[in-house]
Ligand binder design. Structure first.
Ligand code: HEM
Length: 506
């Protein structure tokens, strides 16, 4: 009996000793307290979420908070520590001065499911594989020469769009222009990606659309990555995975069909993305092997990163022009004077449309297509503007807020393309008050292709048609609310009556 008591006592004393040692150790080696950027008050478990969810958009809520807490602000999204950047100066620190430290992407459970666990380009961790894949994008898929080689596709797809608009115009029907723009961009991208129209197109787009709707980032599984229970309760990653598997099967099928066609000599390599990738695979000339899985991930990225951003931008251009009759009149007279007497616009003369380019710039400013860009992650602890940024912190650059900040823009909520007339501000990643395509190592490699598709279509829409709002709707009534998601598309469709002014060529 005595021996048992002694045993229990000694076990308890050992446990107490271990606990004491741990306490002493934690006090002795306690990390110095970090000076994190300020932020709003937090609640247990949910952190700062209650500040974000009541607002119509997360980037709008973040702007409100940053006005109180400053251009570098800490938030806790459930378990996830995050920093929000809301000024050009802070953006310069993150995307230029310390670019290499912030060159990782943040991969939550939903994005991981969507992007083949970050095996694509856009969400790949910073490193050799990403560098090689990006090189293929920049030098092979999205180079100026490749974008030029897609000219015929753009012109044919624009012609199809115009034909269908002219039919609605002669029937005096209103059209859902947002839907038609999305279809045009998708058709152009499908042909640029695989060289031809595709029987799986609608199924693919349906899966992509459903997946993108679940990328808001507020799913339980995304907010509590360490909790098994929350992984089980969260629905977005599972839904997205089902969609991704559907897209993966379609892409694999396309690759198989294209390989067979190329082997049979029926299809030349080159023109489309898949053709280029198959050629590189055959040549074995790239430092990383182009496996079929790599091809699937890259093709997925081209479409996912390029289509919705481009159609959203074109849609906002038309929406804002319809809301601003003076800007619409100026844009139309520029394009009609330039192409006077022609019944088709080609890319030859597009270069001279300087006001049209300002319209696109202004739409990219006022409706930054990716309002929080594509989130980055801090790779190594560092100090920014006097604050500590720990490794692993997620970084959102609130470009939407920066592009509407009255400190840098006069009347920022107004659509005024003229504001760019007397400045050299552009979107190439060096003017930190205007980065719709991001900046630094991970800047968008698809700027030329995106703008190529948008410019020809916009010029043609303005050249051939006048645009009338449905009866009873005034320009200022046109809805400018944004839909939630990584891309801020227009929440409701833009419905307009096209009136033919210069009939498109048959
Ligand atoms: C108006 C159209 C577009 C907009 C507004 C846009 C915007 C962006 C933004 C903000 C980023 C993140 C940049 C950063 O982290 O600094 C990005 C990355 C990317 N974009 Fe675009 N994009 C557009 C069109 C395209 C097109 C047409 C393609 C290709 C077909 C494309 C492919 C990519 C890829 C692959 C990345 C990831 C780059 C990397 O992580 O290294 N984008 N885009």
């Amino acid at each position: 009996m005595e021996a048992n008591k002694l045993l229990v006592l000694s076990v308890v004393s050992v446990l107490l000793l271990v606990a004491l040692c741990k306490l002493i150790k934690s006090l002795l080696v306690a990390k110095p307290k970090l000076k994190l950027p300020p932020g709003p008050w937090t609640l247990p478990v949910i952190g700062s979420l209650h500040h974000l969810v009541a607002s119509p958009s997360i980037h709008g809520a973040m702007r409100g908070l940053a006005q109180k807490h400053g251009p570098l602000m800490t938030l806790r999204l459930g378990e996830v520590p995050a920093m929000v950047v809301s000024s050009p100066e802070a953006a310069r620190e993150v995307m230029k001065t310390h670019d290499v430290l912030f060159a990782d992407r943040f991969l939550n459970a939903t994005f991981s499911a969507l992007t083949f666990d970050g095996n694509d380009v856009a969400f790949a961790p910073y490193g050799e594989r990403w560098r090689q894949l990006r090189k293929i994008c920049v030098l092979e898929l999205l180079s100026a020469a490749r974008v030029r080689s897609f000219r015929r596709i753009r012109e044919e797809e624009v012609a199809r769009l115009l034909t269908s608009l002219a039919a609605s115009a002669s029937a005096a029907d209103a059209v859902d222009l947002s839907k038609m723009i999305a279809r045009f961009i998708n058709d152009a991208f499908v042909r640029e990606s695989i060289g031809s129209r595709c029987k799986y197109q609608d199924e693919y787009l349906d899966a992509l659309g459903t997946a993108l709707q679940h990328t808001v980032g507020l799913d339980l599984a995304d907010l509590f990555p360490s909790s098994r229970l929350m992984q089980a309760l969260g629905t977005a990653p599972r839904t997205v995975l089902v969609c991704r598997n559907r897209m993966q099967r379609i892409l694999e099928q396309i690759i198989e069909e294209k390989t067979e066609a190329m082997d049979a000599g029926g299809e030349g390599a080159g023109e489309s993305f898949v053709g280029v990738l198959l050629r590189l695979q055959k040549e074995r000339s790239t430092p990383i092997p182009i496996t079929n899985d790599t091809m699937v991930a890259v093709l997925f990225d081209m479409f996912a990163a390029g289509s919705e951003t481009s159609s959203t931008t074109l849609n906002w251009c038309m929406t804002e022009l319809v809301r601003s009759p003076a800007a619409m009149a100026r844009a139309q007279s520029e394009v009609r004077d330039t192409f006077k007497g022609k019944n088709t616009i080609t890319e030859d003369d597009i270069e001279g449309l300087s006001y049209l380019k300002l319209v696109i710039k202004e739409a990219l400013r006022l409706h930054t297509p990716a309002p929080l860009l594509v989130p980055r992650m801090c790779r190594e602890a560092c100090r920014i503007m006097g604050y500590d940024v720990p490794k692993g912190m997620v970084v959102f650059v609130n470009m939407w807020a920066i592009c509407r900040d009255p400190k840098y823009w006069d009347d920022p909520e107004e659509f005024r393309p003229e504001r760019f007339e007397s400045t050299d501000i552009d979107y190439k990643g060096t003017h930190f008050e205007f980065l719709p395509f991001g900046a630094g190592r991970r800047i968008c490699p698809g700027i030329n292709l995106g703008l190529g598709n948008i410019e020809l279509a916009l010029a043609s829409l303005l050249y051939h048609f006048d645009w009338k709002l449905p009866d009873g709707i005034e320009p200022q009534d046109v809805d400018v609310r944004e839909a939630p998601g990584i891309v801020a598309s227009k929440k409701t469709s833009l419905v307009l009556h096209p009136i033919t002014r210069i009939p498109p060529a048959k």
